[in-house]
Design a protein around this ligand. Structure first.
Ligand code: ARG
Ligand code: ZN
Length: 886
């Protein structure tokens, strides 16, 4: 494809390739920054002490500094003011040739934070200044070698109007503060740890701290501060509690201590992602810090805990040891997600955590792996690195680290991570460096394993088994195949760890014997070839294999299993994850039958095996409400769609809806009994048992309301009115707003908006609740709500809550045959392209997944993509659109 010809964009942005990596020509010893903050005219004065990199001293290389949207005021080399003939300046960089081996470069630039709607670099959010520098935002602040393998010591002086910006924060420790003329003041910060520019942060504004302290393992006192707007001061306890838990967990589990005397978290309302691990000064999307049970759900509490932990863990896996280049992003992100998943598993129920991770991975990440933007965990090229903060780099990257830890064992993994942190402390390294540590401590050859980092696409795992009653043997053949992905036609076999057991007829795990070797009742086999067979001996009856326990590898397991086998595993499998998955597969089987029936014009008839299995779940004594709540979730429409090469969105919606109503009607009394059991004496509590109880209760409420019975609607209405917490209030609101009678939710929606108009995070839920409703008017709602005073295209949370929720969670309405869902998304993306390219490039994704749709919809979707392509596109959107139309 010739991008220059195929796209009307004036200048096609260039791709950057991993194979072209070269060490930096210059290193930075010291950076001294001074910010004179002003809405539209902020001055940034920088003093860089630079030195030629010995690793590249052989050439007389020019000094190249990145800089974007900077107005250069003055430039001095070793104290001498330069004129424009002394350097070359483009939109992207500043080049100086013939400079000495060691030099001081001073620059003064002007930037315009108030006009910065891309939320990258220095910008304002709710009147406060803040920064986002990862990946390449620092170049929008000052001229700099903006790459992660340049580590430098920073001091930062911030000057601002004292009344508007009483609080001035940056990385490290405050070392000086004072008054300035005209009601201004300043604070100077010093960060003793050399760091890449992407970890720089600055915050200035009217913020208030909630403070705490933490004593590290070695007895050092660390000041903990969460900075928020005044009205959010009551929402900080949970973040602080989570932070302390994370600090302690990292000491115990990885032997990692915090290294500065102060750790700050700042909540901002306008933020492109979840949060950012800037050294000593994390900046968070307010949705990932603030939590109060009256206004935030249990799910939000969980998110806050896991994001706080994630950013904290980055202090070692990311900051102390960072990435050599952005291709290595998963080195820090995959490892850190794995660490935060382990943390959550240790804080809560490991099985529930795993179920929720996998449910997300195999819908959303598998879809990414199957789409036009599929890429390996370590990509080989990119146009815009911001497009690679993906589920593949984060979640699949975490799965790859999880497999490593399974392969070498938990204790050896800890030895490997100790070695990694010790050997590379203060350095910028690669995925190979990390894996080499694991190979070294375990003695394993991990060369084949590296393919997990370089091959895109989800491997398919198929299994075939045969029982021989006379020989009393059971043979199991596993096959792997990874489908082609864009730019990668041929795939090599991967090393796939498959954790398995054999379940005997009475439900117990059978001891496994292979070639005279006793394996015990559970084993991780290593599938290395395209096909491998194992023969198990001394089996008196045919076992049911339980494969991929705990989801031991991120693969698509293709198995033909009967409803009987699945129902059996659903209760008998000793692996909690596989019990849940057996239930999911059984439901999937039944829904697929319904889809078939619809497609051949037959009446729908739900497989009684599913009803029976549900009845059994509901009739049993409730031992673990959290697991039961997971077992009672039907597979999502997105996951059902993942099973098809040709996706029939309408049939999927109707089939799932039919299954839901049929089950709900058949089992109404059981759902009601369970609802009532868990609705009793429910004053809010943060205890795990209370959280699980709410989840189960609200799951039951959803099932009850699916029947449309008057009684169920009244239960929902009563719960809505009486709830003392957001989990219960919002669950009831969603039930009402999604009920068949399109108006039954209106009074509650109105009351909710009145009650919560002052709280933007709660209003996000209010937007989402309405646009995810199954009714045909959902799209009109989106349009209506886009004009609501609480909505703004400039706020990413609002965009995600309204348009994002509609296009991702309301599939059949987004895919309306009249194409209006596509047009709405394209219109929005075109507008966002000018406001916030990162958000535009993310939001457009559902439109790029046209390949599995019917020809008619495919045509409509492509037309909208072409319409977007005709605009003058940001590199972010350019890359996504070109890849999807290639
Ligand atoms: N490193 C951050 C995290 O994972 C993500 C920030 C990425 N931001 C961006 N604009 N690409 O916690
Ligand atoms: Zn991260």
């Amino acid at each position: 494809m010739n991008q220059a010809i195929s796209s009307p964009s004036l200048q096609a942005p260039k791709a950057i390739h991993l194979k072209d990596y070269l060490p930096p020509a210059f290193l930075v010893q010291q950076v001294d920054l001074c910010f004179r903050l002003d809405d539209h005219h902020t001055r940034v004065i920088s003093r860089l002490q630079l030195q030629r990199n010995p690793a590249r001293k052989e050439h007389d290389l020019p000094l190249v500094l990145q800089g974007q949207q900077l107005q250069l005021i003055e430039l001095k080399l070793d104290g001498r003011t330069l004129s424009s003939s002394d350097y070359e300046l483009t939109d992207e960089q500043l080049t100086l040739t013939g400079v000495p081996d060691s030099l001081v470069l001073e620059s003064e630039v002007e930037i315009d934070p108030l006009s910065n709607t891309a939320l990258e670099g220095l910008y304002q959010s709710s009147g406060n200044f803040c920064t986002q520098c990862e990946a390449e935002g620092f170049r929008r602040i000052t001229f700099y070698p903006d790459r992660p393998d340049v580590l430098a010591r920073f001091t930062t002086r911030i000057e601002a109007d004292q009344s508007r910006f009483p609080v001035l924060l940056s990385n490290g420790n405050p070392i000086e503060r004072g008054e300035l003329p005209d009601g201004h003041h300043f604070v100077t910060w010093e960060d003793p740890f050399p760091k890449p520019a992407y970890l720089f942060a600055l915050v200035a504004g009217q913020l208030h701290p909630v403070k705490d302290t933490y004593t590290t393992l070695s007895g050092r006192q660390v000041a903990l501060e969460v900075w928020v707007e005044k009205e959010n001061l009551h929402k900080c306890d949970h973040a602080l509690r989570s932070l302390k838990a994370a600090m302690q967990w990292d000491e115990q589990t990885y032997g990692r201590e915090y290294d500065l005397d102060i750790y700050m978290i700042v909540a901002v309302n306008d933020f492109n992602m979840g949060a950012m691990e800037n050294k000593g000064l994390n900046i968070f999307n307010s949705s990932c810090v603030l939590a109060d049970h009256r206004s935030e759900t249990d799910m939000a509490f969980h998110r806050v805990e896991s994001v706080v932990a994630h950013e904290y863990f980055h202090n070692w896996s990311g900051n102390r040891v960072t990435c050599r280049d952005w291709f290595q992003l998963s080195l820090k992100e995959g490892f850190t997600v794995f660490r935060d998943q382990q943390f959550s598993a240790d804080q809560h129920s490991p099985a529930v955590e795993r179920i929720q991770q996998v449910a997300m991975l195999r819908t959303a990440q598998f879809a990414e792996d199957a789409g036009p933007t599929a890429h390996p965990v370590r990509p080989e090229s990119y146009i815009e690195i911001n497009n690679f903060y993906t589920l593949t780099v984060y979640e699949k990257g975490a799965e790859v680290v999880r497999m490593l830890s399974e392969l070498v064992g938990r204790d050896t993994f800890r030895k490997g991570s100790d070695l990694y942190f010790e050997r590379f402390d203060g350095q910028a390294v690669t995925v190979e460096d990390f894996v080499a540590c694991m190979a070294e401590v375990s003695g394993l050859d991990l060369s084949q394993f590296m393919r997990w980092y370089s091959q895109a696409g989800t491997p398919q795992l198929t299994a075939e088994s045969h029982y021989n009653p006379t020989a009393r043997t059971f043979t199991l053949t596993l096959r792997q195949h990874t489908p082609a992905t864009p730019g990668q036609d041929l795939k090599e076999p991967l090393l796939i760890p498959v954790k398995l057991g054999l379940v005997g007829p009475s439900g117990q795990d059978l001891p496994m014997e292979v070639n005279g070797e006793l394996w015990g009742q559970e084993r991780v086999v290593h599938l290395k070839e395209q096909e491998q067979t194992w023969t198990f001996h001394n089996l008196d009856a045919e076992p049911v294999p339980s494969l991929l326990r705990g989801f031991s590898a991120p693969v698509r397991l293709l198995l033909d299993r009967s409803p009987e086998q699945l129902a059996f595993l659903m209760t008998a499998d000793s692996d909690g994850f596989n019990r849940w998955d057996a239930g999911q597969q059984l439901a999937l089987l039944a829904i697929r039958e319904l889809i078939n029936q619809q497609q051949c014009g037959a009446a729908m008839m739900l497989n009684p095996a599913l009803i029976q299995a549900y009845r059994q779940l509901l009739d049993a004594q409730v031992t673990d409400p959290a697991i039961l709540a997971e077992m009672l979730q039907l597979p999502s429409e997105a996951y059902i769609a993942e099973q098809y090469d040709q996706v029939d969105v309408d049939a999927i919606h109707l089939a799932r809806d039919y299954a839901r109503k049929t089950l709900a009607t058949a089992l109404y009394p059981a759902f009601l009994k369970l609802y009532q059991q868990f609705a009793k004496n429910q004053a809010w509590s943060a205890e795990a048992a209370a959280v699980a109880g709410r989840r189960l209760k609200n799951t039951c409420l959803g099932w009850l309301v699916a029947t449309e019975s008057e009684e169920a609607l009244q239960l929902a209405q009563r719960q809505f009115e009486q709830a003392d917490n957001m989990t219960d209030q919002l669950a009831a609101l969603i039930c009402l707003a999604h009920a068949e009678d399109t108006t039954s939710g209106d009074p509650a929606l109105k009351a909710f908006a009145l009650q919560w108009a002052h709280d933007p995070l709660v209003m996000d839920s209010w937007f989402s609740a309405q646009v995810t409703r199954p009714h045909p008017d959902a799209l009109e709602r989106v349009k209506l709500l886009m004009a609501h005073p609480a909505f703004s295209l400039k706020n990413p949370n609002k965009v995600r809550a309204l348009i994002g929720a509609f296009v991702n969670q309301n599939r059949h309405n987004f895919h309306r045959r009249d194409g209006s869902g596509y047009a709405l998304l394209a219109d929005t993306v075109i507008e966002l392209n000018r406001i916030n390219p990162q958000i535009a490039a993310r939001l457009v994704i559902p439109l790029t997944r046209f390949r599995r749709m019917d020809d008619y919809r495919k045509g409509l979707m492509k037309n909208e993509l072409e319409r977007i392509r005709a605009e003058k596109l940001s590199p972010d959107l350019f890359e996504v659109i070109e890849k999807s139309l290639a």
